[in-house]
Design a protein around this ligand. Structure first.
Ligand SMILES: [Zn+2]
Length: 330
């Protein structure tokens, strides 16, 4: 061992104010020499107010440790700061996503409840349509199935397949629309048949001659009479017994002044012995429209209306076609 390094270190101390610690003017002891492999630095604090100064002797190793710790603390604080901001951004995004999710959930809930209300309403329409179909004489109305659509039993759950639900509603609505059209058409048709079917008395009066074979009022012999005769006051109005079109309005042999009305569906009515005809061929008439005045023209023995109903050209008993309270005769 030599003391050369000590003197060098001492010189450092002299020049720089820092030393290796072997600086008290005494030779370093063995233990201190053993540690001379490490460099020492002395930090001197000189307070302005006092003459005395303080010094700390620190090893390189201590400086390294302190520097490492300081760097570590700096890095840690930087990381903490960075992660704080990063986390707060993440948190903000998370809140946005959560809010958005809640909004979507709400939209989904209201969508499901709307679909549910529509399905319920549609089911009611289907019920009513089924009843109307029966009234309209349609064989059957079978609503489009709503099978395969789940979820409505547990509102709020995401079991409903929106596309399938809407598609199903569309199918059912289309089916319902077709059925209602058929019902409407059938009801219209039925109404046409009803309003085209004679169902009232053509005039108020007394039935003087019935339908079938009878004694001829003029010749006294047996004769067929495929009509009814209703005695009525002269001047009384004769009305069409159903909707139809006037096909003949003129003097017709023994019937005198006569009006023929075609009602469609093969049904025609004939009115005879009129004093006056108030319609002309081609006129469209509704049930109860006046067509003439009671008279005694043609082969007649007194004021009365001769009334016939024919279906497909064949006479039928007109009394079967007088359904209102106005009983003509007996
Ligand atoms: Zn007659």
């Amino acid at each position: 061992m030599t003391i050369e390094p000590a003197s060098v270190q001492y010189a450092d101390f002299e020049q720089l104010g820092v030393g290796n610690g072997i600086s008290e003017g005494r030779p370093p002891n063995d233990r201190e020499y053993q540690t001379m492999g490490l460099k020492y630095h002395t930090v001197i604090f000189v307070p302005h107010a006092r003459a005395r100064f303080r010094k700390w002797r620190v090893t390189n190793r201590q400086i390294h440790v302190a520097t490492t710790v300081a760097l570590f603390l700096l890095a840690a604080s930087l990381f903490t700061t960075w992660s704080f901001f990063t986390n707060s951004i993440d948190r903000h995004e998370l809140e946005l996503v959560a809010a958005e999710n809640e909004d979507l959930r709400e939209i989904n809930r209201s969508f499901e409840s709307s679909i549910g209300a529509l399905q319920k309403q549609l089911a009611e329409f289907e019920d009513q349509t089924r009843q109307l179909a029966i009234v309209a004489g349609l064989d059957s109305f079978s609503p489009a199935s709503d099978a395969g659509i789940g979820g409505l039993s547990s509102p709020g759950m995401l079991e409903l397949d929106p596309d399938a639900a809407i598609e199903n509603l569309g199918d059912r609505a289309a089916n319902l629309s077709d059925a209602l059209r058929a019902v409407g058409w059938n009801l219209d048709e039925r109404e046409r048949v009803i309003s085209s079917t004679p169902s009232i008395a053509p005039v108020k009066g007394i039935l003087t001659s019935g339908y079938g074979y009878r004694r001829d009022p003029i010749t006294g012999g047996s004769a067929a009479h495929w009509a009814i005769d209703i005695a009525a006051a002269p001047g009384q109005s004769v009305q069409a017994t159903a909707d139809g079109v006037v096909v003949r309005a003129e003097r017709v042999g023994g019937l005198g002044n006569a009006v023929y009305v075609a009602h469609g569906y093969g049904i025609t009515t004939r009115y005879g012995h009129l004093a006056k005809i108030t319609v002309k061929a081609g006129d469209r008439v509704s049930q109860r429209d006046p067509i003439g005045i009671v008279g005694s023209t043609g082969r007649s023995t007194g004021y009365h209306l001769h009334y016939e109903v024919r279906v497909d050209g064949k006479p039928e008993n007109p009394r079967a076609y007088i359904l209102d309270g106005t009983r003509a005769g007996s």
